[in-house]
Design a protein around this ligand. Structure first.
Ligand code: IMP
Ligand code: MG
Length: 176
């Protein structure tokens, strides 16, 4: 491992991330007040963001997780999405908010929105921590989004490169 890989450059500090999470949670609490809300986190990357976000949301909610095929140890998407772990909760007539770490090409969220709508959710919205718009291939409506990031590989705050760096408390980027 090179030294560059050992010390990703800090892009979004822990305190900036925390502030943004609070802001997003406030909006979500306001917009879903009185509605049946289910947060669906996309494993594994979203688990840190999800854990922080849900503790700032002040309205009742249910949570579940879904997992799709990932990039593996590569930095680019194959565009072929497969469900590895489906949700367990029934979502018929409920308002689903997909919680995701990052959107890049957009294939993953586009697929998941359609997948969950097919289960007859009342609505399917998206809350994403990081938006990397440079390489978008499919348009995905992002109701709640944290930060726009440059076309670099992000790690930390749940995001990995080959399963490393998920435990960094900040968002960093790899410079290669
Ligand atoms: P998309 O289908 O290209 O939008 O890919 C989104 C998924 O790819 C995310 O759920 C991440 O798991 C992964 N991903 C995309 N960009 C990055 C990155 O910069 N760092 C880590 N994972 C990423
Ligand atoms: Mg992911």
């Amino acid at each position: 491992m090179t030294s560059k890989l050992k010390n990703p450059k800090v892009l979004i500090s822990q305190s900036r991330a925390n502030k943004k999470v609070k802001e997003l949670a406030r909006k979500i609490s306001r917009n879903y007040k009185g509605k049946k809300l289910v947060l669906v986190g996309v494993l594994k990357g979203a688990f840190v963001f999800m854990a922080d976000l849900l503790r700032e949301i002040t309205i009742p909610l249910e949570i579940d997780f879904i997992q799709v095929s990932s990039y593996g140890a590569s930095k680019t998407s194959s565009g072929v999405i497969k469900i590895k772990k489906d949700i367990d909760l029934p979502i018929v007539g409920k308002n689903v908010l997909l919680v995701e770490d990052i959107i890049d090409y957009g294939y993953t969220l586009d697929y998941l929105i359609r997948f969950l709508k097919a289960k007859k959710a009342k609505s399917v919205g998206v809350c994403v921590m990081l938006d990397k718009p440079a390489r978008r291939r499919v348009e995905v409506p992002l109701a709640y989004k944290g930060f726009e990031v440059p076309d670099k590989f992000m790690v930390g705050y749940g995001l990995d490169f080959a399963e490393k760096f998920r435990n960094l408390p900040y968002v960093g980027c790899l410079s290669s």
